[in-house]
Design a protein around this ligand. Structure first.
Ligand SMILES: [Ca+2]
Ligand SMILES: [Ca+2]
Length: 153
């Protein structure tokens, strides 16, 4: 029985690893990539589109439920120097104070459970969404140079 279980576990692990293309890793149910350089929000989003393999669509990551938020942060915390600010795919430039995922247009709920206390606080000078080194969301100026998280959408 134990042998069967470990065979099943090995098969599942292989299947999971094959679910994401090169340069992407499976975290929870999504394929993510963590490029090593820092750039502006717009350039980060363009890079995520550019690095997606043919036949797939890439963009900055969107985090739409608590489980995925926790999965991603657990992965980040486990990396050496992982706890920094990362651009993710939300903006509030169309309607100040209402952040939306640019990939889907869905509104990002405010306050608990995603946002750091008292964020967003930058009004019209901060219109881009960051998964900050606190593990929670914050608004930042989109021209800041930060690391970023890409996702296959
Ligand atoms: Ca804003
Ligand atoms: Ca802020």
């Amino acid at each position: 029985m134990r042998l069967v279980l470990s065979l099943v576990a090995a098969l599942l692990a292989t299947a999971a690893a094959e679910d994401c293309p090169d340069n992407f890793i499976l975290i929870g149910f999504g394929c993510y990539s963590f490029p090593s350089f820092e750039t502006t929000w717009d350039d980060a989003n363009e890079y995520c589109k550019f690095m997606a393999p043919p036949g797939t669509i890439g963009g900055l990551a969107h985090i739409e439920d608590c489980t995925q938020h926790a999965n991603l942060w657990k992965h980040i915390e486990a990396q050496p120097d992982g706890k920094v600010n990362y651009w993710i795919g939300g903006k509030d430039e169309e309607e100040e104070g209402t952040f939306r995922w640019v990939s889907t247009g869905f509104e990002i709920p405010s306050e608990v459970p995603f946002w750091y206390p008292h964020q967003p606080d930058g009004w019209t000078s901060e219109n881009a969404l960051s998964l900050s080194k606190t593990g929670y969301f914050a608004d930042e100026s989109e021209s800041l140079l930060q690391k970023f998280i890409c996702q296959l959408l």
